[in-house]
Design a protein around this ligand. Structure first.
Ligand SMILES: [Zn+2]
Ligand SMILES: [Zn+2]
Length: 258
């Protein structure tokens, strides 16, 4: 592996750009993609105020230019965009204007469900938990079909939460794989929870053959928020690629301004 396509800086909930670049160099990467959170429309979970790359991407672009001048790495000016089903045209307009090198589309919430916090599911019944998970995959399929994004982020996010873990089914992975096979969007192997609660990458390595059957290849993303995470997660990603014989997509965007 020579590119990590998913990392966060202080322009959302991550660490300073120069520190992240140094860690990427030390990890032996050739390229790093900075994908700060980009919340195009207000959502009921109030994240837009904290992660407003819509307002700050121009400033971040200048900061990225400064680190590019000091590193041999290819540095991508990219974004992790929350996918909102009924805001596709607004999202497209923002992405057109911002002209990121590439975008990751991530389902963090869908309908009434928030998949970033476990609290709402603690007292939910089994069938309610399954309904929440099924709804998640509906949104993932819609995100692939929207063709709004280059990459689809952390494919089985609900598995991060203990209350929802084990509620993803083979049939969910299969319909996502089928949608991706018909889409230009490429999924990522995401190491965001490899050393934390989940203890594995997204998506479930046991389900990778569902993607293989559809000839779906992946890009790699550490989802690091700190230099220490790059240091630990990049080797973990390399290990998964090797152990699981992951098919890597030909994905090499041209960085803006180069
Ligand atoms: Zn995410
Ligand atoms: Zn992320």
């Amino acid at each position: 592996m020579d590119a990590d396509y998913h990392a966060h800086t202080t322009y959302s909930d991550g660490s300073p750009l120069p520190e992240m670049c140094r860690a990427a160099e030390a990890a032996g990467l050739d390229a790093i993609g900075f994908t700060d959170h980009c919340i195009v429309v207000d959502d009921e979970f109030g994240r837009r105020e904290r992660y407003d790359l819509v307002e700050t991407y121009e400033r971040r672009r200048e900061a990225i230019e400064r680190v590019r001048a000091r590193t041999a790495l290819t540095v991508y000016d990219a974004a992790e965009v929350s996918y909102v089903e009924d805001a596709e045209s607004e999202t497209a307009a923002v992405l057109d204007a911002a002209a990121f090198d590439y975008t990751i589309g991530s389902v963090h919430f869908a309908g009434e469900y928030d998949y970033t916090t476990a609290a709402p599911y603690a007292d939910a019944s089994e069938s309610d938990r399954r309904a929440a998970v099924e709804r998640y995959y509906d949104a993932v399929v819609a995100a692939a079909e929207s063709e709004l994004f280059d990459v689809l982020g952390h494919l089985d996010l609900p598995e991060r939460m203990e209350a929802l873990r084990g509620h993803s089914r083979r049939s969910d992975y299969e319909r996502v794989a089928a949608a991706l096979a018909d889409s230009a969007t490429v999924p990522e192997i995401n190491a965001g929870r490899v050393h934390r609660s989940l203890g594995r990458v997204h998506p479930d390595p046991a389900m990778l053959d569902a993607f293989r059957e559809h000839d779906v290849a992946f890009v790699l993303g550490s989802d690091s928020h700190s230099p220490a995470e790059i240091e630990r997660r990049v080797p973990a990603l390399r290990e998964v690629v090797e152990d699981r014989d992951v098919a890597l997509a030909e994905f090499e965007p041209t960085p803006l301004g180069r």
